[in-house]
Design a protein around this ligand. Structure first.
Ligand SMILES: [Zn+2]
Length: 493
């Protein structure tokens, strides 16, 4: 007879042996947990009718979820409409461990259930292979007034957010297959390793997550760009013949500012702000671990900026000649520093951007406030804080969802911004005043260190500040974060 404890030990040993024999190449999480490894091939063609792309994906997946899985889920975001407009992403030749399988498409093709012939045990691994092809909408403004322009071809700039089938996030609640909305971000995904080759016409300047290892001319007017991105939770690609680059070094990180031809003044200004922000956030939050971060000026009709791992998009509407930019100096610095801080909050410390969007957005907004205080001075911070208060007051008159509510409870971008970004930043302002600088930043650093590459939850963030402060903060938390907001709210403003 084997006692239960011995059985447990045996099963641990078996799973250790299974893991040791079959770990995919590339780094694991600091906890030793394996991460998926994507090998992606992307080929982009520009026809007179617009850009098209085809690709191949090979995904090595080790089941680190602690439970057997009877299927996998892939998200095909470009089939979701909304911000992806008339875009599409199709699948073909799907194989699991070399055997063809028939994916079951759901939600208008935006979700693919990949059936497994037998359940994949915890620690078991498989290789998923598939071909894909995509269509990219053009000139967003003409077809969708709410597109961010993240999956789009306009003004000679091709942006490919979510161009490949990506694993849905999985946690103790199971697979996350939430829809998204016409406000906020769409993609909740987990840290993975990427090896990516991108073939495009030679005149295209390619900007992507990760680091470019080399370029290979193919002798037919195209070039293949080879990228690696380790421990990132998504892989973004953009290209245009009009991108120009300025660059500087902050510690071990190369900061690149790509701007559209003719906007060198804005490109230089963005580079300086981003470099200062990386330096400041390295000191305040913890070290950015990657060798590169890219800023990218691009047409974005309805957003000031959008964040991806290793790449930050900034709207071309904010760039211009010196006198134009001088009139909106604070706004430009706030948008650039907000988006740069998302490399810490969202990219490194992940969160469910559909169910707990405040985790990254409130902190990114407050991070731009830290930038204002330390780089621009107290008057700039006061101006920013007044702006947060005005937006927070305005939004509270229109909705009652608390700062920590899921995305679905905010009815549009303006309410969402006022409550989650501005109300959330004001919460951090009061939290910092309550705890003092030393304890407040020790809390942020502990949060970053504990969840770097992982996924944080609201409860854990709040517990860390109580732990570091050595005091209960329930009254502050309830008043700011959980009580319905409404106009009777007792918080600042
Ligand atoms: Zn943001």
């Amino acid at each position: 007879m084997v006692r239960r404890a011995e059985l447990f030990l045996i099963s641990v040993l078996i799973s250790l042996v299974t893991l040791a024999g079959s770990l995919p190449a590339g780094p694991t999480l600091p906890s030793g947990e394996p991460v998926p490894r994507y090998e992606l091939r992307l080929e982009v063609q520009f026809d007179p009718s617009g850009p098209r792309f085809t690709g191949h994906e090979r995904l090595e997946y080790v089941n680190g979820e602690g439970a057997a899985l009877s299927e996998l889920y892939l998200r095909l975001y470009p089939n979701s409409g909304l911000t992806y407009g008339a875009g599409a992403l199709g699948l073909a030749e799907v194989k699991v461990d070399g055997t063809p399988v028939e994916p079951l498409l759901q939600s208008g093709g935006a979700i693919a259930l990949i059936p497994l012939r037998e359940p994949l045990p915890a620690g078991g691994e498989l290789v998923l292979e598939l071909d894909f092809a995509g269509i990219v909408p053009q000139n967003f403004a003409s077809w969708n007034g709410s597109s961010y322009g993240i999956y789009d071809y306009s003004g000679g700039v091709l942006k490919l957010a979510n161009w490949f089938p990506i694993l849905a996030a999985y946690d103790e609640a199971g697979w996350h297959l939430d829809p998204f909305y016409n406000w906020g971000d769409a993609v909740y995904s987990e840290t993975a390793n990427f090896e990516v080759s991108i073939t495009a016409p030679a005149e295209q300047v390619v900007v992507a997550s990760g680091t470019e290892l080399e370029q290979t001319p193919n002798g037919d007017g195209t070039v293949t760009h080879h990228y690696t991105a380790e421990l990132m939770r998504d892989f973004f690609v953009a290209m245009s013949p009009s991108f120009r680059r300025l660059t500087t070094q902050i510690g071990a990180t190369q900061v690149n500012s790509y701007y559209l031809e003719g906007d060198a003044y804005g490109g230089q200004s963005a580079l300086e702000i981003a470099a200062q922000a990386v330096d400041l956030f390295n000191r305040r939050f913890g070290l950015y671990p990657f060798p590169e971060v890219d800023l990218l000026e691009t047409p974005l009709p309805w957003a000031g900026g959008v964040e991806y791992p290793g790449v930050v998009l900034i709207s071309d509407k904010l760039y211009g000649p010196e006198d134009y930019m001088a009139r909106q100096e604070l706004q430009f610095a706030m948008i650039v520093s907000h988006e740069v801080s998302h490399q810490w909050w969202y990219s490194l410390v992940g969160n469910d951007v559909i169910r707990e969007p405040w985790l990254d957005e409130a902190l990114a907004t407050y991070s731009s406030g830290i930038y204002a205080q330390e780089l621009l001075g107290p008057a700039a911070y006061q101006a920013l804080r007044s702006d947060w208060e005005a937006n927070w007051r305005r939004a509270r008159a229109q909705a009652s969802a608390p700062i920590t509510a899921p995305l679905e409870q905010f009815y549009n971008n303006s309410i969402y911004y006022g409550i989650v970004y501005c109300g959330g930043a004001l919460f951090y302002d009061e939290l910092r005043a309550t705890l003092g600088d030393e304890t407040f930043f020790a809390g942020l650093q502990a949060y970053f260190a504990r969840f770097e590459y992982g996924v944080a939850k609201t409860e854990a963030l709040l517990a860390i500040f109580e732990e570091v402060a050595g005091q209960e903060l329930d009254e502050l938390y309830d008043r700011w974060l959980f009580a319905p907001v409404g106009s009777a709210h007792g918080g600042a403003g």
